[in-house]
Design a protein around this ligand. Structure first.
Ligand code: STL
Length: 401
């Protein structure tokens, strides 16, 4: 990556580049132009399911922030992962937070972003302090149940009998802005209602209102575009093997000439293109597809628009677009897989954060308790064996998404 940008106007452009929406841009401009200091911005993520390729989207923004000289914090919001319908049980959440941190570092390294200036904070490290807890109480006296519920509607998993934790979640996210001492919070546009809740309520606690930077939502690979936890084909893990990437891309919804509902084109637009720019300079785009001679031979595009146009005109068909995207994704993932394979710490975080679901054994037929002193008995299992069995059972209960 090239040098840090120092001109305030250029910094502002880079900070807000490719975003869907910015709330209170004047807060950012004031820091850059009047106070003339680095902007402090944070991005929060809750370590729930395994991170997938969608993670590359916010990563390109973190790269922009760092290039614009910002002080960037990544919040690994472990308690939020717990509070969101226990998507991460407390037994495993610390490993998931570690795993997420390592994935973020590996992705940024792989796209050539210097990460020395990037700060990582684990939520539970400060969210259990008396000051933070008192702030939750204070905020709960200002925000109505209705407003807290609505704020979390796009973020907190919606279930039939909603838990109280879903109301605490948005309050804590608002408070994180103050306790992380930031000027701006960055997130997907799905966070918008929480961002607005923070803007409307932090001033009542005597805290300043922050700016909010929002990324567009990038569709998944299935028709309808939502990345779903229950459909493994709708997302590609950041450690997905090349063969499996190929298989998943091949099942992706991609109709000839249809550029509107096309997760593959979106992936090129929001991930492949920005990363190519980061590596090769502003405005530089290249997307190549190797094609057999009888189908027109290799073809490459030097702008996203020309690629989209070619697909729309059916000069480029689904099979070829899929081949190009498969190669591009495998190229993006190769250094992350390599990093994982070379790091026992990374592997441990994954193994302990996402223990393999153990087959639920059929209930064993009840045998009459004849004690341990009958012919053929092997005696009682040692206490440590019993303990291990309990832990395995507990891990088996862990619902994986
Ligand atoms: C998710 C998915 C996602 C974003 C988040 C969680 C954000 C969590 C969060 C928590 C606390 C904060 C900020 C953000 O202060 O895309 O499951």
């Amino acid at each position: 990556m090239t040098d840090i940008v120092v001109d305030p106007q250029e910094q502002f452009e880079l900070i807000t580049k490719n975003l869907q929406e910015v709330l209170n841009p004047q807060i950012i401009k004031n820091v850059l132009e009047v106070e003339k200091r680095p902007l402090k911005v944070y991005w929060g993520t809750a370590p729930t399911g395994r991170p997938h390729c969608g993670y590359f989207v916010p990563m390109t923004k973190l790269a922009h922030f760092l290039k614009a000289g910002c002080e960037v914090t990544v919040l690994l919001a472990d308690l939020h992962a717990f509070l969101d319908n226990m998507k991460a049980p407390l037994e495993v959440v610390q490993y998931r937070a570690k795993y997420y941190g390592m994935v973020v570092r590996a992705i940024l390294k792989s796209i050539g972003v210097p990460i020395e200036k990037l700060k990582f904070v684990v939520g539970s490290e400060y969210q259990q302090s008396p000051e933070y807890i008192m702030d939750i109480f204070k905020l709960s006296n200002i925000v109505s149940q209705n407003d807290a519920k609505r704020a979390g509607a796009d973020v907190v998993k919606q279930v039939a009998n909603p838990l109280l934790s879903g109301l605490i979640y948005p309050l804590m996210q608002a408070l994180d802005e103050e306790h992380l001492k930031c000027d701006a919070q960055f997130g997907g546009v799905d966070q918008r209602k929480i961002f607005v809740l923070a803007e409307e309520n932090l001033p009542s606690l005597g805290y300043k209102k922050r700016a909010h930077l929002m990324n567009p939502m990038v569709p998944g690979l299935t028709q309808g575009g939502k990345m779903s936890a229950s459909d493994p084909n709708s997302k590609i893990d950041v450690l997905e093997e090349p063969k499996s990437v190929k298989k998943k891309i091949n099942t992706a919804f991609c109709a000839p000439g249809n550029v509107e509902e096309n997760g593959l084109l979106s992936f090129v637009e929001y991930v492949i293109a920005p990363i190519h720019e980061l590596k090769h300079g502003t405005g530089v785009f290249n997307f190549s597809v190797s094609r057999p001679e009888k189908y027109g031979g290799d073809i490459s595009f030097s702008s996203f628009e020309s690629l989209k146009e070619a697909f729309k005109n059916e000069e480029l068909g689904p099979v070829d677009l899929k081949a190009g995207v498969t190669d591009a994704i495998n190229e993006l993932l190769a250094p992350i897989i390599k990093e994982f394979n070379e790091s026992p710490e990374f592997q441990e975080a994954q193994a302990k954060g996402y223990p393999a679901p153990v087959e639920q054994k059929k209930k064993a037929k009840k045998v009459k308790d004849r004690g341990t002193r009958f012919p053929g008995s092997e005696g009682s299992p040692a206490p440590e064996t019993q303990q291990a069995a309990k832990v395995t059972e507990k891990l088996a209960e862990t619902k994986l998404e």
